[in-house]
Design a protein around this ligand. Structure first.
Ligand SMILES: NC(=O)c1ccc[n+]([C@@H]2O[C@H](COP(=O)([O-])OP(=O)(O)OC[C@H]3O[C@@H](n4cnc5c(N)ncnc54)[C@H](O)[C@@H]3O)[C@@H](O)[C@H]2O)c1
Length: 262
């Protein structure tokens, strides 16, 4: 899929890995619809990047807000003539917690719902609602491609750490649904891929304590640094441009495997 003069829908595009992807696709001539809870950051990105970026205030756990943003994107596409090229559901949260605490109390179900509803249900709901914009595209030559979906899993889908049961469940589900989604959409010429980053610089990881961050850095293989938004955005762009990438989850982790204890 070409990036220039195509529109991409990116949830979580107001911060971190999503924002790095917004900047990268924009710098390669793409149009970007950012769907995010954070309207203040969204407005800043629009005023910085200009008319090829549109912001929609969306909570990915609220179907009506996604529907409104997809409808708004459809109107925008009619104006720009830049057909939808891809969907990138990058909104995500981590909320660590063991299923029972040291006082033998079960975790509140709301904490599990919070993570699973944003990371898994929100991903599927956005894809479901935006798909009709991809499936009605004129197929591109030579393969008849209509679009691409790039989802975000995590190294926690492979080697989740203590306290990551809900997060690993949500990200493992995204990893698992990649192949059946690619199979379902193959007749339409739409690809589905997933990236599983390990430890990347972002707002999410900035909230960790210095101790946790230092321990994470000790287990890195090569390169011996956290991933950057640009590393992630490059992978998204490579997936968009390479039509043979389909139905797979790519670990983006510099060979690091997360240990049980840090
Ligand atoms: N940073 C890492 O080390 C890392 C590692 C593996 C996976 N990931 C995944 O990458 C994705 C991006 O994370 P990040 O590190 O850039 O975090 P981030 O906190 O910098 O950005 C997440 C964005 O998602 C938005 N968001 C959160 N809840 C939302 C909701 N309900 N509706 C709409 N938007 C919502 C936030 O407002 C924010 O703009 C997430 O799916 C995360 O799980 C991150």
């Amino acid at each position: 899929m070409h990036i220039k003069d195509r529109t991409f829908i990116i949830s979580g595009g107001a911060s971190g890995l999503g924002l790095a992807t917004v900047r990268d696709l924009h710098s390669h001539g793409g149009y970007v619809a950012i769907l995010d809870l954070n309207a203040e950051n969204g407005a800043k990105v629009v005023s910085e990047l200009g008319p090829r970026v549109m912001f929609f205030e969306v909570d990915v756990t609220s179907t009506p807000t996604i529907e409104a943003a997809v409808a708004g994107t459809a109107v925008w596409i009619k104006e720009t003539n830049a057909a939808l090229g891809g969907i990138i559901p990058a909104a995500g949260v981590g909320m660590p917690g063991k299923l029972i605490d040291r006082h033998n109390e079960p975790i509140p179900i709301e904490r599990l719902d919070f993570v699973i509803n944003i990371n898994l249900r929100g991903t599927l709901d956005l894809i479901r609602l935006a798909l009709p914009l991809l499936s009605t595209n004129t197929p591109t030559k030579p393969d008849g491609e209509r679009g691409v979906i790039v989802m975000v899993s995590s190294s926690a889908a492979f080697d989740g750490q203590p306290g990551q049961v809900a997060y690993a469940a949500s990200k493992g589900a995204v990893r698992s649904l990649t192949l059946p989604l690619a199979r379902d959409l193959a007749p339409l010429g739409i690809r589905a891929m997933t990236i599983a980053p390990s430890y990347f610089e972002s707002n999410m990881t900035a909230q960790m304590s210095d101790k946790v961050r230092a321990s994470l850095e000790r287990v890195l293989e090569f390169p011996k640094r956290p991933g950057k938004g640009d590393d992630f955005a490059l992978m998204v762009r490579q997936i968009i441009e390479n039509v043979m990438m389909n139905g797979e989850t790519i670990r983006l982790d510099g060979a690091t495997r997360m240990p049980s204890k840090l």
